[in-house]
Design a protein around this ligand. Structure first.
Ligand code: ATP
Ligand code: K
Ligand code: MG
Length: 664
C-alpha cells in the first residue's frame, strides 16, 4: 500500500510519497515535479495534465484549467464571473445546479460537472503516482484552501471517490505546510515552555493564505487563518495582460481580447516576463505572430510591474493583520515567518511582508513542494501500513456553524437555533446536542454568517432527520443525544444519535482530605444521584452536499469507461509506433545483420513488403484499430521469419562453439 500526499493547486499539482527514508516528490510522465491542473477533450480521448497543457492553445474551448476553483460552486454564483476570466472553456449549468463545462468530447457536446472534471484530473494523479510507485494507489491526503466550505470540500471528496482514491484527510494547505515543518524539527518546545509561533504564508496562483501556528513537541495547533481568495500569480498576470493589450492596441491596432489564441499567447508571454522580473530589473516581451501576423514586442521594468500591481500590493498586509488579530497576538509574538507558494518569489511582496513583521523572512521549506510533502506526512500518520512518529494536528473551523430546528409543541419557550461550532473551534471536534422530544424531528445545519462565506453562496450545510423518537410509557420526553462532528476533512456530519434514560443510582461521597485513607471497616457515605444511561440508538438520515449514492455510481462507472477509452487510444498509438519502428528496424537489418542470410531475391521481396506496409501506414492505416496494427506486425514478422531464423541459428552455433571451447 502506498502513502501519497497531493497539493491540488490552481495551476500546478504536486504529488509526494512517503517511503521508508522520508518523503519524496515524484515526477510525471515527462519528468516534471509538478503537473498542470487541467483537463482537455478531443475527438478520441481526453487529455489530462501535461497532455492537456500541450494541446491547450489549439483546443482552448475544450480545455478546463483552474479546476479546484470550480469545486462545490453552483452555476450563477457571482464568484464564477471571476473564474471565467481565467478559464477558456464555457462554464455552464450542469447536473444539480452545479457549475460545469460544456466541451466537445468524442464528437459530441457534453457537459461535465466541476466535480467530474476534478475527478478526471485526480484519476490522472492516481495513474501518475501508481506508474512511478509501481503499485496501485488508493490512500491519499489532498490539500484544499482553508476557506473551502462544506459544499466545496464535499465536491473534492466526491471527486476523489469517483477517481478511485481513498481520501484519508482533506487538509487545509497551510496546515499541511505547518505539519511538514513541525514533523522534521527536533527542537520544538516541550512541556511548560512557551510554544513556538510561526506564521505560514502561502501565495500561489490564485490564492493567498496566512496561518499562525503554535508548535510544541509532537503537536501543532492552528491559532488563526486569514486569506485573500483572489490574490496570486494569476492576478499579476492579468494586470500585465491588460497593460500589454492596451499597448498593442495602440501600437499594432490589434485587439488581443477579441482573439482567444492571441490572448493565450500574451498570457503565456507575461507569465514568463513576470518570473524574469523577479530576478532582474527589466526584461523584454517578444511574442511572435501574436495575431494577424503581427510580431509583438515590448519591454518592462520591475518598477513598472510594481506600479501595475499596486492595487494588489496594497492588500498584502490585510490577511497578516487579520491573522494576528484572530490569534490575539502581536507581530513581536511571532518567532518565524515561513513563505511558500510560487508567488512569494516576487521581490515586492517579500519586501512588504518583511516590512510588516519588521524581521527577516524564512524560506526553510521547498516553496513549490511544501504542501504536498505535508500531505504525504499526514497520509503516513493516518495510514495503517506506515510507522511514523505521531504528530497531532489541531486545525480550526473557518466559519461558525449553526443548527436550527422546529420548535416542539410541547416546549413553547425552547430556542430554535444554536451556534454549535464557533469560528476557530478545533477540528476535528465532536459536540453532543440534547433534545427533549416525543416525535421524530429534523435538524438543519447552516453557516451562521453567510456574508463571511467565499462569495455569495447558499449557507446551507445539511438536513438531519432523527427517526424513532417517541414518548415513553408515562408520556415523558425522550432524551435524544446527537453527535455533531466536524471531521478530519473539515465537513460537518451528525454521525449518530441515541436516547438516554435517567436513573437513580447510589454514588459514593468522597470527602475532602480522606482521599488517601482506606479504612475497610468504615462504610463509605453515599447519596442518590440521577444519571443518564444509554437506552438505544436513534437512526439519523442525512442530506448534505455530497452527491447521492446512485449518481456517484454513475459518475464512477463513466470515469472508468473514459479511463479505458484513453487507454485504448494510448495503446493504439503505441502499437502504431511499434509497427513503424519494426518496419525501419527490419529494413536496417536487411542491410547488415541479416544481409548474408537472404538471397537478393528474398531481400527484394521483403523490401517491397516493407514499402507497402509503410505506405499503408500513411494511408488507410493512418487511423485504425489496435488489433489491426498488431496483426500487421505479426504479418511482417512471419515474412521476415525464415531469414531471422537463419541468423539466430548461426548465432546459436557460435554460442555453442564458444561454450565447448571454454569447457576444453
Ligand atoms: P493555488 O495555491 O492558488 O491553488 P498553485 O498552488 O498552483 O495555486 P503555485 O504553484 O504555488 O500555485 O504558484 C504558481 C504561481 O507562482 C504562478 O502564478 C507562477 O507564475 C508564479 N511564480 C512562479 N515562479 C515565480 C517567480 N519566479 N516570480 C514570480 N512569480 C512566480
Ligand atoms: K502547487
Ligand atoms: Mg498552492
Amino acid at each position: 500500500m502506498s502513502v501519497v500526499g497531493v497539493d491540488l493547486g490552481a495551476l500546478n499539482t504536486v504529488i509526494a510519497v512517503a517511503r521508508n527514508r522520508g518523503v519524496d516528490v515524484i515526477t510525471n510522465e515527462v519528468s516534471n515535479r509538478a503537473t498542470p491542473s487541467m483537463v482537455g477533450f478531443g475527438p478520441k480521448s481526453r487529455y489530462l495534465g501535461e497532455a492537456a497543457k500541450t494541446q491547450e492553445i489549439s483546443n482552448l474551448k475544450n480545455t478546463v484549467s483552474g479546476l479546484k476553483r470550480l469545486a462545490g460552486r453552483k452555476f450563477g454564483e457571482p464568484e464564477l464571473d471571476i473564474e471565467r476570466q481565467f478559464i477558456s472553456a464555457d462554464l455552464v449549468e450542469a447536473k444539480g445546479g452545479e457549475v460545469g463545462a460544456r466541451v466537445k468530447y468524442l464528437g459530441q457536446d457534453e457537459i461535465f460537472t466541476g466535480t467530474q472534471l476534478i475527478a478526471m484530473f485526480l484519476s490522472k494523479v492516481r495513474q501518475t503516482a501508481s506508474a512511478e510507485l509501481k503499485l496501485p494507489v488508493s490512500d491519499v491526503v489532498l490539500s484544499v484552501p482553508p476557506w473551502f466550505t462544506d459544499a466545496q470540500r464535499r465536491s473534492i471528496m466526491d471527486a476523489a471517490e469517483i477517481a478511485g482514491l481513498k481520501l484519508l484527510r482533506l487538509m487545509n494547505d497551510t496546515t499541511a505546510t505547518a505539519l511538514g515543518y513541525g514533523i522534521t524539527k527536533t527542537d520544538l518546545p516541550a512541556g511548560e515552555e512557551k510554544p513556538r509561533r510561526v506564521a505560514f504564508i502561502d501565495i500561489g496562483h490564485s490564492n493567498y493564505t496566512c496561518s499562525i501556528v503554535a508548535f510544541k513537541k509532537g503537536e501543532l495547533t492552528v491559532l488563526s487563518t486569514a486569506y485573500d481568495r483572489h490574490f496570486g500569480g494569476r492576478n499579476f498576470d492579468k494586470a500585465l495582460i491588460d497593460h500589454f493589450a492596451k499597448e498593442f492596441k495602440e501600437k499594432y491596432r490589434i485587439d488581443v481580447y477579441a482573439n482567444p489564441k492571441a490572448y493565450f499567447r500574451v498570457a503565456a508571454g507575461v507569465e514568463k516576463l513576470k518570473k524574469i522580473l523577479s530576478a532582474n530589473a527589466q526584461s523584454v516581451l517578444n511574442i511572435e505572430s501574436v495575431m494577424n501576423d503581427v510580431d509583438a514586442s515590448s519591454a518592462l521594468k520591475r518598477e513598472e510591474l510594481e506600479e501595475l500591481v499596486k492595487p494588489l500590493l496594497d492588500r498584502v498586509t490585510v490577511p497578516l493583520e487579520q491573522a494576528l488579530a484572530d490569534a490575539g497576538l502581536s507581530k513581536s509574538d511571532i518567532d518565524a515567518i515561513e513563505l511558500v507558494g510560487g508567488c512569494t518569489r516576487v521581490p515586492s511582496l517579500k519586501d512588504k511582508i518583511t516590512e510588516f513583521f519588521g524581521k527577516p523572512l524564512s524560506f526553510t521549506l521547498n516553496q513549490d513542494e511544501a504542501v504536498a510533502r505535508g500531505c504525504a506526512f499526514a497520509c503516513a500518520i493516518l495510514s495503517p501500513v506506515f510507522k511514523v512518529r505521531d504528530f497531532s494536528v489541531h486545525d480550526i473551523v473557518s466559519y461558525p456553524i449553526e443548527f436550527t430546528w422546529e420548535q416542539s409543541n410541547d416546549i413553547p419557550d425552547e430556542d430554535t437555533s444554536l451556534t454549535v461550532f464557533n469560528k476557530n473551534n478545533a477540528v476535528p471536534s465532536t459536540k453532543i446536542l440534547t433534545f427533549y422530544r416525543k416525535d421524530p424531528f429534523d435538524l438543519e445545519a447552516k453557516y451562521a454568517e453567510p456574508n463571511k462565506l467565499p462569495g455569495v453562496m447558499s449557507p446551507w450545510i445539511g438536513r438531519f432527520s432523527v427517526k424513532g423518537v417517541k414518548a415513553d410509557s408515562k408520556n415523558d420526553f425522550m432524551i435524544c443525544k446527537l453527535k455533531a462532528r466536524v471531521n478530519l476533512h473539515g465537513v460537518l456530519n451528525v454521525e449518530s444519535g441515541y436516547w438516554v434514560e435517567e436513573v437513580e443510582v447510589e454514588e459514593e461521597i468522597k470527602e475532602e482530605g480522606d482521599a488517601m485513607e482506606t479504612d475497610e471497616n468504615v462504610k463509605p457515605k453515599t447519596r442518590k444521584v440521577k444519571k443518564q444511561v444509554k437506552g438505544g440508538d436513534l437512526q439519523v438520515l442525512s442530506t448534505t452536499a455530497t452527491i447521492d449514492y446512485t449518481l456517484k455510481n454513475i459518475y464512477m462507472e463513466r470515469e472508468i469507461e473514459m479511463v479505458m477509452e484513453d487507454k485504448l487510444v494510448a495503446d493504439t498509438e503505441d502499437r502504431k509506433n511499434a509497427l513503424e519502428e519494426y518496419i525501419y528496424d527490419l529494413r536496417g537489418k536487411l542491410d547488415d545483420l541479416y544481409s548474408k542470410f537472404a538471397s537478393e531475391d528474398e531481400k527484394g521481396q521483403l523490401r517491397s513488403i516493407l514499402d507497402d506496409a509503410e505506405n499503408w501506414l500513411y494511408e488507410e492505416g493512418e487511423d485504425t484499430s489496435k488489433a489491426i496494427y498488431i496483426s500487421k506486425i505479426e504479418e511482417l514478422r512471419s515474412h521476415a521469419g525464415p531469414i531471422a531464423q537463419r541468423y539466430f541459428d548461426e548465432e546459436e552455433d557460435k554460442r555453442q562453439a564458444e561454450l565447448a571451447k571454454q569447457q576444453e
